[in-house]
Design a binder for this molecule. Structure first.
Ligand SMILES: [Zn+2]
Length: 211
């Protein structure tokens, strides 16, 4: 498990002080998931980058850091209401708001919304997790417009297509695709095989390549 502690932080936007979780040490031992979730992103590690100011509602990895976000952004309807979604965990709420604040930056938005999905997984909120993966796929595809041949992004897209049940799309787009990285090719073929089985389950890397 990652080690986290509580700290009193001052919100960069409203100046209020609140108790927040801060990462002390990362647990780097473990087996990553096919969607990029590393062991650092266990429940504790995930919570440490999901701060939420209880006073103004500002969400960030570290709410005390200077930011270009304005207080007006926090008044946005979607921001205030989480776009109408109901999240049970404060971690999910923070990451979803971080996603909304970073929509102009597809990579940052992707990182925030996939973490929202992981947090929903941890909370047992299957429908929210599914929706967040669809939003993550949108952000990933925006990144891929700039880097269509980036093989790691292709793997993440294959994973998200499968996890959101778009099995036919996955097969259509990647059947016959040859990646230059042999290990990535093995993972892609695993994704295609699981898609053929209509399996949208969560797998760790060791399911593909036992270590
Ligand atoms: Zn605040």
């Amino acid at each position: 498990m990652s080690e986290i502690k509580s700290a009193h932080l001052t919100c960069a936007l409203c100046g209020a002080t609140s108790e927040q979780k801060v990462l002390v040490s990362e647990n780097l031992i473990g087996n990553p998931y096919l969607d990029g979730r590393e062991s650092i992103m266990d429940v504790g590690g995930l919570a440490a980058s999901a701060q939420l100011c209880p006073c103004c509602g500002y969400a960030a990895q570290d709410i005390s850091q200077p930011t270009t976000v304005s207080r007006a952004c926090l008044q946005d309807e979607a921001y205030r209401t989480f776009s109408g979604l109901v999240f049970s965990s404060a971690v999910s709420k923070s990451y979803y708001r971080q996603y909304l604040l970073n929509l102009a930056d597809p990579e940052a938005a992707y990182q925030a919304i996939i973490r929202t999905a992981w947090s929903c997984d941890d909370a047992g909120e299957t429908e929210n997790a599914q929706l967040c993966r669809k939003l993550a796929l949108e952000q990933l595809e925006k990144q891929m417009e700039q880097a269509p041949d980036e093989e790691f992004l292709i793997l993440l897209r294959a994973e998200l297509l499968r996890r959101t049940g778009s099995f036919e799309q996955l097969v259509q787009d990647y059947c016959g695709t040859l990646l230059s990285n042999e290990f990535y090719q093995v993972i892609l073929e695993f994704q295609l095989q699981k898609a053929a089985e209509r399996d949208d389950g969560c797998y760790q890397l060791r399911a593909v390549a036992p270590m």
